[in-house]
Design a protein around this ligand. Structure first.
Ligand code: M6R
Length: 609
């Protein structure tokens, strides 16, 4: 996720772009850049790190021009360096991009053969070269943009200028958001509403494969392939703060609702349907090295540890390798038995958690092979492991992890498929149903998000509870732990997660008419056993909140409150179950008037012991 912004009009563009980028910094902040067209020439300034560095650069060396584009980056392809920062230029063409171009390597190879030299490691630069290539072959700027965009696979929102057309700006989108602001002979585009609000409230929301060309004080809309369009502007009446959160009350809620899209980003370019294989581009270990792995050890903290626990079920079942999952702060001090045949997988959203990083260092000293699953590109853990699977969830602002967690689960699923293929435990025949499951996942997640108002009513009903118990079995047991952690950290209500079968070994003593018990009771191989555990709770007066499969009347009759999820493969059930549990904890926190995005005593990234 990155933020892009563009301006064309009569005013000095650089301050407008800078102010716009400040409002988009929540979308990425590892580098930023701006390009203005002044005197028929493109002038570019870029800097690594937060936007303040670019602002300093502009203060020291000001820019002129009333056409400009800007970008704030959240790295996906290529490290967060100045060279990889946008805008990218090829010949006369300059662009900013938000999205992931899945076929960039193929396109880059072809362009190389046509004498195009690349300066950055990004997927984005390919687009600039493709357009330049078309222009060299005789197309005008607009025509070249149309031709190039039709070659792309993946997601993009782009804003482009060219030295050959100094009074023109073009924007288009496919899969990534793009809003167009219509002023009086001045126009803006941005990844989101906030940068546009101070300038105009009349906005057009581009649909996929739509494009807009600004020239001579007018905006002309069309499809990318060239059919003219009439777009109706909407009047946006939002307050600037609400707008930053896309209309949601909190970043956490926005991030919960973003999850289907982020899962698509995690999957982008990785399921090779033609080859019936999975591509994990930065995995670091080749097939023969992966085939030598005899044991897996996963280390992580907090929510990331819970995703590791789900990973154990996936990897053991499908790859037939023994998997241990350790809390990183325990692993680093306990003389673990690991060596060259052990694959250590470190899971961390931030990639900076001190204990997880220390565990990676410990494993490296002991000769284990190491990979990580991280969200933040080029973070310490990503750098210090031999390979990495980036989750591509975009910046997670809410301290309570939501979208990073579900994308970690998807990354583990992909790793399971890769390891299973290499090790021979997943045949081609068994691979394709997994592809279908993953490709269908975002649609099922959208359906799970419809539980928002049910989760809110349940939160209201149980808001005075002093404790919560969460029960799950099998691959959903870690989700009981995660549900309880979300409830604790957000609502400050004490909550425990337990494997449902463990109830009678102690926790059943807690049950009385004041204890809400969240039971994860989907129709899977453990269903009957979970129902028995639920009966045990009900028999002792406990108040059951069940999450069950649509159409399950048996559970509905017994439980006090119910939320239904669509039928799904048991391997993605943890992802779907996470959604109502996140929503329940979110609403509980919000009802109690807590600081949802920054709960007390917590930090987003724990870089100290
Ligand atoms: O950045 P990491 O994934 O390494 O962070 C690990 C934990 O600190 C983190 O998951 C924490 O438990 C969150 N507050 C959970 O919502």
């Amino acid at each position: 996720m990155c933020g892009i912004v563009g301006y064309i009009g009569q005013q000095p563009a650089p301050p407008i772009i800078l102010e716009g980028l400040q409002k988009l910094e929540y979308r990425g902040y590892d580098s930023a850049g701006i390009c203005t067209i002044d005197g028929g020439q493109a002038h570019i300034r870029r800097s690594k790190g937060k936007l303040v560095n670019l602002a300093r650069l502009l203060a020291a060396v000001p820019m002129q021009g009333s056409v400009a584009i800007g970008h704030t980056r959240w790295a996906t392809h290529g490290k967060p360096t100045e060279t990889n920062a946008h805008p990218h230029k090829a010949g006369p063409v300059v662009l900013v991009h938000n999205g992931i171009i899945e076929n960039y390597l193929t396109l880059k190879k072809d362009l190389h053969c046509n004498n195009h030299n690349f300066k950055s490691d990004t997927d984005t630069e390919v687009i600039a070269h493709l357009i330049e290539h078309e222009m060299v072959r005789g197309s005008g700027f607009e025509e070249a943009v149309r031709a190039a965009l039709q070659e792309l696979k993946g997601a993009y929102a782009v804003c482009l200028v060219s030295e050959t057309e100094p009074g023109m700006m073009i924007a288009a989108k496919h899969g990534s958001p793009l809003v167009v602001g219509l002023g009086d002979r001045e126009f803006m585009v941005a990844s989101d509403i906030p940068p546009i609000l101070p300038h105009t409230r009349e906005m057009v929301f581009l649909e996929d494969d739509e494009m807009v060309v600004f020239k001579d004080g007018s905006a002309r809309f069309s499809t990318v392939s060239g059919d003219s369009l009439t777009k109706i502007a909407r009047h946006i009446d939002w307050s600037p703060l609400l707008a930053e959160k896309d209309g949601y009350r909190h970043f956490m809620l926005k991030e919960i609702f973003e999850q289907p899209r982020t899962v698509q980003d995690t999957l982008a370019g990785r399921l090779l349907e033609d080859e019936e294989d999975v591509c994990l581009e930065d995995l670091g270990l080749n097939d023969s090295e992966l085939a030598q792995v005899r044991r897996i050890c996963i280390v992580a903290c907090g929510t990331s540890w819970h995703s590791g626990l789900v990973g154990k079920y996936l990897l053991e079942e499908h790859c037939r390798l023994p998997v241990e999952v350790d809390i990183a702060s325990e692993f680093r001090y306990r003389n673990p038995v690991i060596g060259p045949e052990t694959l250590l997988i470190a899971i961390s959203q931030s990639g900076e958690t001190a204990d997880t990083l220390a565990a990676v260092r410990e494993a490296t000293i002991r000769g284990a092979r190491t990979i990580s699953i991280c969200n933040v590109i080029d973070s310490s853990i990503a750098r210090e492991t031999e390979g990495v699977i980036y989750t591509h969830a975009g910046p997670e602002i809410g301290v309570a992890s939501t979208k990073a967690f579900v994308t970690q689960l998807v990354a583990l699923y992909l790793l399971m498929l890769r390891l299973g293929r290499v090790g021979g435990s997943i045949t081609l025949e068994r691979m394709l149903p997994h592809f279908a499951t993953l490709l269908h996942l975002p649609a099922l997640m959208e359906r799970a998000l419809r539980l928002d108002s049910a989760a809110e009513s349940i939160a209201r009903r149980y808001q005075h509870a002093g404790d919560f118990l969460y029960l799950g079995r099998g691959i959903n047991y870690p989700i009981a732990l995660e549900g309880a952690l979300k409830m604790k950290e957000l609502s400050y209500i004490h909550a425990e997660g337990y494997p449902a079968g463990e109830m009678k070994h102690g926790p059943i003593a807690l049950i009385d008419e004041n204890l809400p018990v969240v039971v994860l009771a989907l129709k899977d191989r453990h269903y009957q056993k979970v129902i028995s555990n639920m009966e045990e709770v009900i028999a002792r007066g406990g108040r059951v909140i069940a999450i069950c499969t649509e159409g399950d009347n048996e559970v509905a009759l017994k439980a006090e409150s119910v939320m239904y999820l669509p039928e799904c493969s048991e391997w993605i059930a943890p992802i779907l179950l996470s959604i109502p549990l996140q929503l329940l904890a979110y609403h509980m926190s919000s009802i109690k008037g807590n600081d949802v995005d920054q709960p007390r005593n917590l930090a987003k990234s724990v870089t100290v012991e």
